[in-house]
Design a binder for this molecule. Structure first.
Ligand code: ADP
Length: 470
């Protein structure tokens, strides 16, 4: 809850009264103390002299303190400051007049003492009060002097000097109080602005606290979600490893034993048996490849895919991939074309993974090409090397150029069914290439074949290959 101040005018009046009160608390006891002390000292110093009646001095010494006490008490009560001020100044005017009448002489200093009351009146009552106190005190001085001097007009006129002096004091006091009020007003304005600013800051702080609490809550929820995700990832990784082991082992056994039996290691087989054994072997390989793709994808998605980098000659990788492709097009009228550079660049790659990427591209070319050619073109352009896999197959419509790089997406549905696949080869291939700091792009049109271009950074002598992420 923000405290709101009342209207600025009321605020200003309250503030002014408080400041006047502060001044009165200081001035009243000081002035009273001074007058009492002066009265006592004068009374003691002139005692014994016939000329002076000292009782009025003793009365003043005591009553000044009493007035001071009463004023002090009244001051603390709300709305009584004016009465307190009037009581203090009025009481002291009476006391000083009494002292003056009892101690009158032509060089008496008491009329000057009225000047103190005139000085503080603007502060104690209101600004301008000095011009009320001054004529009152002046009148009392002149009348007292006239009466006490035995109706001597000259004696009364001699009091004009302190009266004029008091007028100067009244004016100075008025002007300085006016200045004081102006200064106070600007201080008050600044104070109010500071208060408004403080209120705004308080509101902002409350809003901030609220947001912080929400943020803390979201962070906690996030942390829980993160932990859940980590647990789930661990679980998935363990599951994948188990599945991998459980499936790979029997599949390897099927593939290997089918191959061994077909090769005649367990005795002669009939032509039909050999044909079936080949089919078993092929189906086994296919299942192993699909399983490997699924495991790769799982690793990529879990962020656990790692590369084993080493500097190798690109030639060996290309040749290995090409010889693998030859086996895929034995029964098709397709030429395998090599367009190699005279000098082979070295690349800092995971050779197994790069070969896997090339085999994927060449395998697709073999799968989706029925006749014509499949070419592998390698060129170095400055700090990068491009490897192009071009075929004269069925091609890919432009609207499918991005789709085919998404997981499990296949196009040419009818053909795809004929050519079994999972839709994982290209997404994994692109990921492999990008992890090597390279890129994989496609140019193709239906019926005009396809060109997949793979770009890799060349290994520099100083050991750098830009853009690599392991
Ligand atoms: P799949 O296992 O289905 O081959 P890929 O991710 O390797 O999965 O390929 C996705 C799709 O891209 C394929 O289904 C096919 O439609 C298309 N495709 C890929 N390579 C070629 C190519 N060389 N010629 C024509 N279509 C291709």
């Amino acid at each position: 809850m923000v405290y709101r101040f009342p209207s600025s005018l009321i605020m200003w009046q309250i503030y002014l009264r408080e400041r006047r009160l502060d001044s009165m608390r200081l001035v009243i006891p000081a002035l009273s103390g001074m007058l009492s002390l002066m009265s006592i000292l004068t009374a003691v110093s002139v005692s014994g002299s016939d000329h002076f009646e000292t009782w009025s001095l003793w009365v003043t010494a005591v009553l000044s303190l009493v007035l001071s006490y009463l004023t002090w008490r009244l001051m603390d009560k709300d709305e009584r400051q004016q009465i307190a001020g009037t009581l203090f100044i009025g009481g002291h005017i009476v006391l000083l007049t009494l002292v003056y009448s009892q101690t009158w002489s032509s060089h008496n200093i008491v009329p000057f003492l009225f000047g103190f009351l005139i000085l503080i009146s603007n502060m104690l009552l209101y600004n301008g009060a000095s011009f009320v106190i001054w004529p009152v005190s002046s009148g009392l001085i002149i009348v007292t002097a006239y009466i006490v001097s035995g109706r001597d007009l000259n004696a009364a006129l001699a009091a004009l000097i302190p009266i004029f002096f008091n007028l100067v004091l009244a004016t100075i006091s008025y002007l300085s109080t006016y200045d004081w009020e102006l200064a106070l007003e600007s201080v008050n304005e600044i104070r109010q602005k500071a208060q408004t600013r403080r209120d705004e800051l308080f509101t902002i702080k409350e809003a901030l606290d609220h947001s912080n609490a929400e943020l803390r809550f979201s962070n906690e929820a996030l942390e829980i979600a993160r932990q859940d995700a980590l647990n789930e990832r661990d679980l998935r990784t363990r599951f994948m490893n188990n599945v991998s082991h459980e499936l790979r082992t029997p599949l390897n056994a099927i593939v290997n034993f089918a191959h061994i039996i077909a090769a005649g290691a367990c005795g002669p087989t009939t032509e039909r048996q050999t044909d079936y054994l080949h089919r078993i072997e092929q189906a086994g390989w296919h299942s192993l490849n699909v399983l490997n793709d699924l495991l790769d994808l799982a690793q990529i998605q879990a962020g656990e895919f790692r590369l084993n980098l080493q500097v190798v000659n690109l030639y060996n990788i290309c040749e290995d991939a090409m010889s693998n492709t030859r086996g895929l097009i034995l029964d098709k009228p397709i030429d395998l074309i090599r367009d190699y550079p005279s000098e082979w660049p070295h690349v800092n790659v995971d050779a197994v993974r790069l070969k896997q990427a090339l085999i994927n591209l060449l395998g697709n070319a073999a799968k989706y090409t029925d006749e014509g050619s499949i070419g592998l073109r390698v060129r170095q352009n400055g700090h990068s090397v491009t490897v192009m896999v071009a075929d004269t197959g069925i091609g890919i419509a432009p609207e499918h150029h991005e789709v085919i790089f998404q997981e499990f997406r296949q196009v040419n549905e009818g053909d795809a069914r004929k050519r079994i696949g999972t839709g994982l080869g290209l997404p994994i291939t692109r990921h492999l290439i990008e992890r090597h700091g390279g890129s994989l792009t496609l140019i193709s049109e239906p019926g005009k074949g396809s060109v997949f271009t793979l770009t890799l950074p060349v290994h520099q002598e100083d050991g750098t290959a830009t853009g690599m992420a392991v």
